[in-house]
Design a protein around this ligand. Structure first.
Ligand code: NAP
Length: 292
């Protein structure tokens, strides 16, 4: 008989109605503050709380989500792909992407979806219209990068170069995106070549975990970045070396806070069925960042 190791469930005070975020190293996450402010504002008596797990505990964590007092979960680094086999249903966009950041309940079934792609697009605001016909560099091939590749292709990007530490993962992403969007031009590029190709790009998205640690360098050289290129960094809790260098080169840049807000708002709507209080959620994020 296999004995499942249950990860410690944090104490959450008076309510036992829960929404989790599954991941590891969740200390920097601003999602609990953002969602708990939204629950309070809408008088929903739920608590959003981190559940730090190891890779071996992913399956058990999904069993915890089946408890009747648990209303759903976000999934973050590095488990967006690992949760897939344990879910009952996947939305179509998630099935081909193979990345889940939101788990929600419908009846007694657990569904998986990704709000990362649409959250990213919404965070661009009016810049979103610049994607159509553009040449882009996507750095990373993990869960977030996959969702972004789908969103960028869906928005009419002409060409997406994909750079990643592990070529295998990037090549798999290229293969699946080309299968879904045969008119897109896409290909794997090494991290070294990626720096050079920047001179041809209208946009670059930094979607790796490099930058989560304070002394991480930029993932690629930005020497060839054009000032007219839009550079987006998904990390949101600090100005990374990537963003600092983009600013030095006077290119347009955007951090990951807007994406955090919009992907979170979409997740909130899946769990609660209510429109997310965006203004309050944005204010909560900004307040938290200011006091970090
Ligand atoms: P993930 O699935 O674990 O993927 C991690 C990615 O980073 C992979 O491409 C991985 O490359 C690369 N990577 C990790 N460590 C590396 C290193 N030391 N050197 C080179 N490459 C490295 O994570 P994810 O969910 O895609 O998240 C990626 C980043 O986006 C994280 O920083 C996360 O915080 C951020 N994010 C932000 C938002 C937002 O709302 N702003 C939303 C989602 C994610 P390999 O394939 O070679 O391992």
């Amino acid at each position: 008989m296999t004995i499942l190791k249950v990860p410690p469930i944090p104490s959450v005070g008076r309510t036992n109605q829960l929404v989790f975020i599954l991941g590891n190293s969740l200390g920097h996450s601003l999602s609990p503050a953002m969602h708990n402010a939204a629950f309070r504002a809408l008088r929903i008596p739920w608590v959003y709380t981190p559940l730090e797990i190891s890779k071996a505990e992913v399956k058990t964590a999904i069993e915890i989500l089946r408890m009747p007092n648990v209303h759903g979960s976000n999934v973050t680094v590095p488990y967006k792909e690992d949760v897939l086999p344990s879910l009952d249903n996947l939305e179509e966009k998630t099935r081909w992407l193979g990345s889940v950041n939101t788990i929600y309940r419908r009846g007694d079934k657990l569904w998986g979806t990704s709000t990362d792609g649409e959250g990213f697009l919404r965070s661009l605001g009016s810049l979103r219209k610049r994607i159509k016909g553009s040449k882009l560099l996507l750095i990373g091939a993990g869960g977030a990068a996959k969702a972004l590749a789908g969103a960028l292709a869906e928005s009419g990007a002409k060409r997406i170069f994909i750079a990643n530490r592990s070529p295998k993962r990037a090549k798999e992403l290229v293969k699946s995106i080309l299968k879904k969007y045969p008119r897109l031009e896409s290909g794997f590029i090494s991290m070294k070549e990626a720096g050079k190709i920047l001179s041809q790009c209208d946009g670059v998205v930094q979607a790796t975990s490099i930058g989560l640690k304070i002394d991480d360098p930029p993932p690629i050289s930005l020497a060839h970045l054009r000032p007219s290129t839009l550079a987006v960094e998904l990390i949101y809790h600090r100005e990374t070396a990537f963003l600092k260098e983009v600013r030095l080169r006077r290119a347009h840049c955007l951090g990951g806070l807007g994406m955090l807000l919009h992907q979170g708002a979409l997740s909130f709507e899946y769990w609660t069925g209510h429109k997310a209080p965006l203004v309050l959620m944005r204010k909560t994020l900004l307040d938290r960042l200011a006091h970090q």
